[in-house]
Design a protein around this ligand. Structure first.
Ligand code: 5GW
Ligand code: MN
Length: 351
C-alpha cells in the first residue's frame, strides 16, 4: 500500500471538513423548518425549506374569507358625501363603507377578545346601567367582551345580565373631588391594566360612561391605534381646534399642526399600541404637573398630541361618539354611541 503524501492528507482532511460543514448546515436548516412547522398549527403535514417557514403569519393582517357569501364590492359605487380614507391611508369608518357580515365572518375564526375600560367615579355611577345594557345590545355582539369598571362605589354597580363570553370586572379606585385627578389617573389605570392583561386580550377600547350605544359598534372598529373624531369640530379649521396652545406644555400643538380633533371619550386599538399611548400621555401629563401646567383638556389634549405624532391606523367617524344634544347632520346616517345630555352642576363634584 502506498503511503499518502503530506499534500494528499491535507486535501483529504479539507474535503472531509467541507462535507461535515455541509451536513451540519443542512441539518440546521431542517431544524429551523421543523421548529416553525411545530409552532405554526396551520401547517403540520409538510416539511419544506421555503420562505413561509421563516416568516410566520401575523394575525393582524391575516384575514381568511373562505366560504363567506356577501354582496359584491365596488370601487366605483360608494359614499361620495364623506372622506373615507386619511392622507396617510388609514380608513375612516362611516356607515356604508363596510360589510358588517363579512367583517364578523373574517374575525370570527380568530376568536378575538375585546377589553373595555369605563370609569364611574362619584355620581357618574348612575350612567353605568344604561351603558352596560346598551353595550350588550350593540357592542361586539357575539364576541368575547370583558368590561373593566373603575369605581369608588363598587356596591352600587348594577347587575346586568351578560351574554355568554362576556363579563364584567369591578375595580375599586379612590374617590376624587377633582376631575383633573380622575382624568390624570385614567391613563395610569389603563396602562397598568394592559400590563396585567398582557396577551390575554387582543384589543381594548376606553370609553366614557356618560354615553349609550344606539347602533352597531363592532369588528369594523378594530385596528392598531384607533382614534374617534370628535363630533364638535370636524367642520373647523385646525387652528380652531381646542388643542393645548402653550409651548410650555408637553401637549402643545402649533397652529399649523394637527390632523383632526380626536375625542378623549373613546379610543382604542391593539393592547401594545394603546399601552404605549397611555404610558406616554401619563408621563407627559405628570411632567407638565411638575412644571405647574395642566393642558387645556387634560388627557384629551395629550391624546391629540400623541395621535398627531403617531398616526392612528384606523379613524372612526363621529358616528362613534356623537352627543345627544347635538342636532343630526346629513352625513351622520346613524349614531352608534352618544354622550347623554347631563346637568354638569348637579353631577360633577366641582367644575
Ligand atoms: C367630570 C368632570 C368634572 C368632575 C368630575 C368628572 C367625572 C368624570 C367624575 O366625577 N366621575 C367620572 O367617573 N368621570 C369619568 O370621566 C366618566 O367616565 C366620564 O364619562 C369621564 C369623562 O368626563 P365627562 O364625561 O364629564 O367629560 P365630557 O367631556 O364628556 O363632558
Ligand atoms: Mn363624557
Amino acid at each position: 500500500m502506498r503511503v499518502m503524501s503530506g499534500k494528499t492528507v491535507t486535501a483529504t482532511l479539507l474535503l472531509l471538513s467541507f462535507l461535515l460543514l455541509g451536513v451540519l448546515y443542512c441539518y440546521q436548516n431542517y431544524r429551523v423548518s421543523v421548529s416553525f412547522e411545530l409552532n405554526d398549527s396551520r401547517q403540520t403535514d409538510s416539511v419544506c425549506v421555503c420562505v413561509c417557514d421563516v416568516l410566520p403569519l401575523s394575525e393582524e393582517f391575516h384575514l381568511e374569507a373562505e366560504h363567506l357569501r356577501y354582496q359584491q364590492p365596488s370601487i366605483l359605487i360608494g359614499r361620495t358625501d364623506v372622506v373615507t380614507v386619511t392622507p396617510w391611508l388609514a380608513p375612516v369608518v362611516w356607515d356604508g363603507t363596510f360589510d358588517p357580515v363579512l367583517l364578523d365572518g373574517l374575525y370570527r375564526p380568530r376568536n378575538i377578545s375585546v377589553a373595555v375600560t369605563v370609569f364611574a367615579v362619584g355620581k357618574y355611577i348612575r350612567f353605568l346601567e344604561a351603558f352596560l345594557l346598551t353595550a350588550e345590545q350593540h357592542f361586539f355582539v357575539g364576541f368575547n367582551v370583558h368590561v373593566y369598571i373603575f369605581t369608588d362605589r363598587p356596591n352600587e354597580v348594577p347587575r346586568v345580565h351578560m351574554a355568554p363570553g362576556r363579563q364584567v370586572t369591578v375595580r375599586s379606585v379612590p374617590s376624587s373631588r377633582r376631575w383633573q385627578e380622575i382624568s390624570a389617573r385614567r391613563m395610569e389605570l389603563i396602562q397598568t391594566l394592559i400590563e396585567e392583561l398582557r396577551n390575554h386580550k387582543d384589543y381594548i377600547f376606553c370609553l366614557d360612561v356618560d354615553s349609550r350605544f344606539h347602533g352597531r359598534w363592532g369588528t369594523e372598529s378594530l385596528g392598531g391605534l384607533v382614534g374617534v373624531i370628535h363630533p364638535g369640530y370636524y367642520r373647523d379649521q385646525r387652528t380652531k381646534f381646542p388643542y393645548e396652545r402653550r409651548p410650555e406644555s408637553r401637549a402643545y400643538l402649533a397652529p399649523e399642526d394637527g390632523d383632526f380633533y380626536y375625542c378623549g371619550g373613546a379610543f382604542g386599538g391593539r393592547l401594545q399600541e394603546v399601552h404605549l399611548m397611555a404610558k406616554t400621555c401619563r408621563q407627559d401629563f405628570e411632567a407638565d404637573a411638575r412644571g405647574g401646567i395642566e393642558a387645556a383638556w387634560q388627557e384629551e389634549s395629550h391624546l391629540n398630541r400623541y395621535m398627531w405624532i403617531h398616526k392612528p391606523t384606523k379613524v372612526l367617524s363621529p358616528e362613534y361618539l356623537w352627543q345627544d344634544f347635538k342636532s343630526r347632520e346629513p352625513e351622520i346616517r346613524l349614531v352608534r354611541f352618544s354622550g347623554v345630555a347631563k346637568n354638569y352642576a348637579e353631577i360633577r363634584p366641582n367644575t
